[in-house]
Design a protein around this ligand. Structure first.
Ligand SMILES: Cc1cc2nc3c(=O)[nH]c(=O)nc-3n(C[C@H](O)[C@H](O)[C@H](O)COP(=O)(O)O)c2cc1C
Length: 240
């Protein structure tokens, strides 16, 4: 999450048992010209696989960004097809890519060809209620080489309003043969269980539910595995 999952946050989330953490979204064109802020966002958190999320709309920049990320130690490249922000979608990146599937696939092709790293994609359920095309985009993404799909169960036009519709993610699970991660409005054990049950997904992703609570991911993971954990107050201190 831009502005939230910086390196320290990811260090803490890992320390508290998160199974996977993802960098902030990194603009591939800015990264490609050495923008300092984007380079800083590439920081490796700890010992978990280092998953770096790239955003952009041009194959050449995405490929260049992927190579820079790999050279900085990335283990997995995630591609953003989900950001709803106007400054991102006006540049035809983020969720706007769901409206132009042929073009979106050129970005996946470029990133898959640029490095040997596994490539994953994060998307929304569609642009709006009339175009719930996540299953089709996911299937094509997997054909292009994506190895995991994460779906935020809202449309772009919903932004963050209304509820995430976890049941819409089930069609994505059924469309592909790679792990699908369900995302949106998951904040505790009950919502995690419900999202998994409605979607049939392999895992859950937390966004806002972990803001200010880097222990939430590990705690919910433990709870799903039948263990109850509470981080000791001392453990909540920032690491050096
Ligand atoms: C402040 C903020 C920043 C975000 N930045 C990103 C981002 O960089 N990349 C991304 O894929 N999603 C980003 N998201 C979306 C979240 O990852 C997530 O898909 C969405 O908030 C729904 O899940 P949640 O209800 O668990 O937060 C962001 C959301 C917020 C609120």
């Amino acid at each position: 999450m831009a502005g939230i999952t910086d390196r320290l946050f990811r260090v803490l989330a890992e320390r508290f048992g998160a199974g996977m953490v993802v960098s902030e979204m990194i603009a591939s064109n800015a990264l490609g010209v050495g923008n300092e802020e984007m380079v800083r966002k590439l920081g490796r958190p700890g010992t978990l696989p280092h998953m770096v999320q790239l955003a952009g709309c041009e194959a050449e920049w995405m490929a260049r960004g992927a190579k820079i990320a790999r050279d900085a130690g990335a283990d997995i490249i995630d591609i953003n097809f989900g950001c709803p922000a106007k400054r991102v979608t006006n540049g035809y990146a983020g969720s706007a890519l769901m409206r132009v599937p042929d073009h979106a696939m050129t970005l996946i092709d470029a990133v898959v060809s640029a490095t040997p790293l596994p490539v994953t994609v994060k998307m929304r359920s569609g642009w709006d209620d009339d175009s719930l095309n996540a299953p089709e985009i996911a299937r094509r993404a997997v054909d292009a080489g994506a190895q995991m799909i994460t779906v935020h169960g809202r449309t772009r036009q919903q932004f963050y309003k209304g509820n995430a519709r976890w049941e819409l993610v089930r069609a994505v699970v059924e469309a592909v043969d790679v792990p699908v991660v369900v995302n949106g409005d998951i904040v505790d054990l009950a919502t995690a269980r419900e999202a998994l049950q409605q979607s049939g997904a392999a895992a859950v992703m937390l966004g806002r539910g972990a803001r200010g609570r880097p222990w939430a991911v590990g705690q919910i993971g433990d709870a799903l595995a039948g263990k109850e954990t509470q981080p000791a107050p001392k453990a909540r201190r920032l690491p050096n």
